[in-house]
Design a protein. Sequence first.
Lengths: 365, 799
Amino acid sequence: MTPEQWLRQIACVKNDFLNSAPRSASLEELDSIKVQCLGRKGALTELLKLLKDFTIEERRELGPAGNSLKEELTSLIDKKHAELSRLSIDAELCGVRLDLTLPASPLPEGRLHPLTLTMQRMTQVLSGLGFIRAEGPLIETEYHNFEALNIPADHPSRDMHDTFYLKAGDSGGKPLLLRTHTSPVQIRRMEKTSPPLRIMAPGRVFRHEAVDAGHSAVFHQLEGFYVNRLVSMADLKGTLLNFMRGLFGPEAAVRFRPSYFPFVEPGAEVDLRCVFCRGCPASRQTPSPCRGSASKCPVCKGTGWLEMLGAGIIHPNVLKTVGYDPGLWSGFAFGVGVERVAMLLYGISDIRTFYENDLRVLEQF
Amino acid sequence: MKILYNWLKEFVSIELTPEELAEKLVALGFSVDSIETAGADFEGVRVAEILKIDRHPNADRLSLCDITDGEQRLTVVCGAKNIAVGQKVPFAKAGARLPGGILQKAKIRGVESQGMICAAGELGLKGCQSDGIMVLLPDTVTGSDVSSLFPEKDRVLEVDVMPNRPDCLSHMGMARELAASLGLPLMKPGTARLSCEEACMPVSIREPELCPRYCGMVVRNVAAAMSPAWLAWRLEAMGSRPRNLLVDVTNYVLYELGQPLHAFDTDLLRGQEITVRRALPGERLLTLEEKTLELRPDWLVIADRERPVALAGVMGGLETAVSGKTRNIFLESACFNPVSIRKTSVESGIKTESSHRFERGTDPEAASYACLRAAELITRACSGAAASKLSDTRTAHPERPSMEISAESINSILGTSLPDEKILSCLKTIDPSLGAKDPNCNFTPPSWRRDISTVWDAAEEVARILGYDVIPAAEAPVPMGGSGEPASVMLCEKLRSRLVSSGFCEIYTYDFVSARELASAAFETKRAVRLANPLSCDWEYLRPSLLPGLLRALSHNANRGVNTACLFELATVYDMVGKEPRERLFCAGIMYGTFPAAVFWKKERVSSVDFFHLKAAVSRLLRGFSRVETARPERAPALFHPGLCLEVSRDDSLLGCYGRLHPSAAQAWELKNPDAWIFEFCLDPLSRHAGLDFFSSAPRVSPVSNFPSSWRDISVVLESATPWEKVLAQTLAAAGPSLANTNPVDLYEGKGIPEGFKSLSVRLTFSLPDRTLTDTEVDKSVGRILETLSSSLGAKLRT
């Protein structure tokens, strides 16, 4: 056999192999191709055995060609083998039948209460605005709940606070009550700390009123206040705008209206542009959460605005009470109902939902 | 307070619709709760007479009525049952305007109806409503316009007036407010020209502090007749029932000018003199509401020579009240101390339109004008009536505070940069005497604006007049930074996240419990904090424990088909320590049903929650808190199963207990499955101690070994009563540092083990951080452990 003939035969073997091996459909077929070509009596093996009959020069030329072909074909076989065995395993695995649409098995999974989630979000946003958290007692004195906040005894503004009183008094025999708002935390904090300060105080408050869909004798408020030099209504508006954007998204808008709270002056009622109909006159009638098409937005009742919170510049009498000089220091304060925010965030219409603790509701959080 | 749109327009000629007026009021700080219609809001409705009634040919419940409207005979379909021939009824012909819209012709069940016989509701007439159509008086003239029988249409705005603005509790006051902010003139009604020279009766004020001004007037030859219709309708629209001219005028002036008035029958006064004094011990007053009041000595009264005849500023007495027989009256128009009226009103439990205004503060300057205005209205309506001179007794001229206002100070409060002139022109609407050019001018609010006394008040006025939208939103303030959260807040967050990851759902419950619930939980009522004014007997006490609330919530859910639940609450509880109430932060939870919840289609065996599930949750809750110890309590708290309960403490302060719910408690809260597991801990000892700041509570990590570990199982026979805790303690003491892990793998009592003993198998794992242990070393350690267990606990190696 001449080297040329040998080379031709080698090319033939390669050709045959490349025509068959990649097309083999089973491991058995691949194995028989491997034996025919690379086995002990395989075509390529036989040709390589013939190399010993060539001259050294010829061997130097033909040897590497033969060996590299052997390597190439072996690696092709291995690759094809891996491919086919994966296919055969998968074919077997595909036979496993389980109804994957059945409901998931329960992992133990707890939930935080929506009011906790709401307070967490509120404090998170405010702490980004520099507010530090503080707390105060739920059982309060008349001094901290009323008098120090410019709500003297025998003043009609006490009518705005229906109050629970305790049978027991404090050590001095003065009446004790359940705080009607979180504002006493302002007093307790300012009594202890000198300005400047920026505080938020979420917590539970109590009003002596019958419980219905819109009223609760127990609810939560978040108090925020800031005292520094030259704090103005504009600072208040800026803070509240950012606060509302943190809760209701970057589109949130606020509106101030004059209002009266004895512990602030000027005082404001702060409205949030309706987050459902977005406040625009045309869509005040769109059916976003509203059922029925031509009806007014049921959340803002077509006004385009939602009453959110009370706020204002801390009354100079309050500053004087805690020993701050109102000529040097000024501050703003605001109080927002946590349930109010949670009801808007989660689309809850009955405040009692929060205290009923029905798991079918709680598990939606 | 109700404001009638047309009444308001008598004093200020606003060109706003009622809806626009409402928006303006809101912008000025007065919320408007509703806008309703009063009076006749319809056109083209005439009086008709029913001539004949037939059955509708196609409908049993309808009738065909032949009617005449004075001009023609028409046929109308009617569904009402109260129709009868001869009745005078309001009839709306097609094309008439009703509150609901223009009436169209209609075919009803095949018969054309040429109009509609109206019910009161269809005409928008509130207060006249009854079943069926409206039947008019028989002498009503057929064909006349029905709207002429009723007052003219008006709109009623329900306006919220805050306690700081008593000056706006009347139509005149609201008009004054609008006039100032809109730059319109205020029109005041004229008052009586007094032609009579008769002097009024003498008035003496014994309590000058409590009554700065008292005006009075005697009006003779009056009659307590019916009020003119326009006046009666206005009162009715205000929600006040008309009685007779004399009483109605006092009420009318109250709503018109905001000044409360009272009319006494002078002939029933004993002695023609009036004294303003405090009540004397033992005095009583029979009020207009026919209630006898025991007067307290600090209450202010109006008295004649012998006795109190009115509770000053709150309510008049019945004995001197105006009646049908009254011929002469004494009109009172006074000013009282707000605090005194407030106290009297609260203590006597009587709230009236008068006390509402006096306790907020009335304008002392308005008293005489109101008295004259009332006399004018009465003399105009009663021919022959004659008013005396006005008696005006003043004990004090309240000072009107005056303040230096600079535009700069206003701008700095509002955060605005308004020009001086703009600020001054706002303030001038309140104090017209303010100098226009002087930048630091003296601002003196009028007598009715006692709410303005500082520059902050003035700043609010400026913002109100310009609209609060004038306040810009400043850039968010730069954070000041701070020292982090209070320890209790961090603790709560940590515990919440641990409980949630253990599968617990957080709940919020009310702070109130009933005496019955306290009894079910065996809490002594005398140690519980009691409310002086509970909303109901179910809510008489403040909770001394969170467990009753949890059980209530569990029971609520169990009644709705829930059979597996883990709940927790983190909140304040209350109890009495000696005579003083105390607040403490508690965390409590309950596990109920299976754990995790059962999946029926998998046919897996699920286990009910048991003590060790609870223990896992509690251990996770308390992980990382040092010096926490557990022991069997001497006496388990009442809600706990006495045999299955452990007590947890830290540094000798008791944190609380965990264990099984007592079966009788399960019964009390009506749980079908009594197998509930509970825990309750006081968190104060955890947050009080140091170690909650982030740095010191961060765990310090021990290195782990890279060398293989070795393990041995040992089985020993012990007395049944020997607790695992002791076995573990002895094992650890004997083993030395190479023992990495000790775990029970089997526990057996029964055949092959003597009575009163148990067999315990333990897997011991050994490892060192720096090398591999040899078998000899491990065996030596095991030998030492067995020796110690045998000598200290009497354990025998099981063979």
